[in-house]
Ligand binder design. Structure first.
Ligand SMILES: C[S@@+](CC[C@H](N)C(=O)[O-])C[C@H]1O[C@@H](n2cnc3c(N)ncnc32)[C@H](O)[C@@H]1O
Length: 318
């Protein structure tokens, strides 16, 4: 009898945990959907938007309909930026938010809403530091429906291999459309796939998957239920001398919790608030905006390493 009671109690606990997770996901999704339906204001250099959605590091030009069969479900834009007098640009597909009930109840959809400021900033940071990626194998985790940072690296760095991933299938379908349009001749250094942290790292431990030199991740630290899986995934697939660049806002205590878990796992962690003069200046500019909340909008850069040879520390100014 007591075994039955303790089983029931366990089931009730698990179901209320699941409800709590679902409740939080709905809240994030509802907020993001509300934001995207209110429009994102002008796309030029004006950063004082009504609701903060972007640091506007990239100029965004809406493109004419690309393929009639998809124009009712998505729009295309060109994202471009000039860094050290070089122009970098890429075509990005934005699916219109129109989730089926199955999608809403299925895998986390936060990456299908928009490009979050952390991804924008990570892409910009990568373009400012292209030489660090030369000859490297790169994995982007939780890249959402664009994997913007990894995609720019695929086009402009001389990385050896780039693997773009997210756990959400629709997000990765969109990334595949983007890859097909940006690399019409194909790109044999670039791979895209669905990668769900929890199942991946367990599999990777057993299969001894070849480690990556660099891991990228933007705004993926606030899922309490998946934080440990993300730490384990990075630990499992990062090479001994590799570096993970994790960009994310503080978002309450979620950044610190991730950092603590990463440290407990054995990572050498270094976080930076001021990693780019340009991003910092934008931050100071938008700070005047009442819709800008540093805690949830300003991305901090967390650098994770398993070991720290002196020259690497110097390279990244750690
Ligand atoms: C807030 S979005 C960030 C997306 C993108 N990096 C950006 O900043 O625009 C978080 C992303 O993490 C992905 N994600 C959440 N939990 C995951 C898991 N367990 N495995 C793989 N991806 C996950 C979601 O699908 C989503 O795309």
């Amino acid at each position: 009898m007591s075994a039955v009671l303790s089983n029931t109690c366990q089931q009730t606990k698990e179901s209320s945990k699941r409800n709590e997770i679902a409740r939080r996901r709905w809240k994030i999704l509802a907020r993001a959907l509300q934001r995207s339906s209110e429009g994102e204001t002008n796309e030029d250099e004006d950063v004082s938007v009504r609701r903060f959605t972007s640091f506007h590091l990239f100029a965004m030009k809406l493109l004419p309909s690309y393929n009639n069969s998809t124009s009712s479900v998505a729009s295309w834009s060109e994202y471009s930026v000039v860094v050290a007098r070089e122009k970098y640009s890429i075509f990005i597909r934005h699916p219109f938010p129109n989730f089926t009930a199955t999608e809403l109840m299925g895998f986390n959809n936060t990456g299908n809403i928009c490009i979050w400021p952390s991804e924008e900033v990570l892409a910009f940071y990568a373009l400012c530091n292209l030489q660090q990626f030369a000859g490297k194998t790169i994995l982007e985790l939780g890249g959402g429906s664009t994997c913007l940072a990894g995609l720019f690296l695929a086009k402009y760095s001389s990385a050896f291999k780039i693997h773009l991933t997210d756990g959400n299938e629709s997000a990765m379908k969109n990334v595949q459309y983007i890859v097909d349009r940006n690399f019409p001749q194909g790109n044999d250094r670039l791979v895209c796939s669905v990668l769900e942290w929890g199942s991946f790292w367990r599999l990777a431990v057993n299969q001894h998957i070849k480690p990556y030199d660099i891991i990228l991740s933007a705004d993926c630290l606030f899922f309490d239920e998946a934080r440990n899986d993300l730490v384990e995934t990075i630990w499992t697939v990062l090479s001994e001398n590799g570096t993970a660049f994790v960009m994310a806002p503080q978002r309450g205590d979620t950044f610190d919790k991730f950092r603590q878990e990463a440290k407990a796992r054995g990572f050498i962690c270094s976080s930076k608030k001021h990693y780019s003069d340009h991003v910092w200046n934008r931050h100071l500019q938008v700070k005047q905006n009442c819709d800008y909340d540093e805690n949830i909008h300003y991305p901090l850069l967390l650098i994770l390493k398993k070991s720290m040879p002196a020259e690497i520390g110097d390279q990244f100014n750690l």
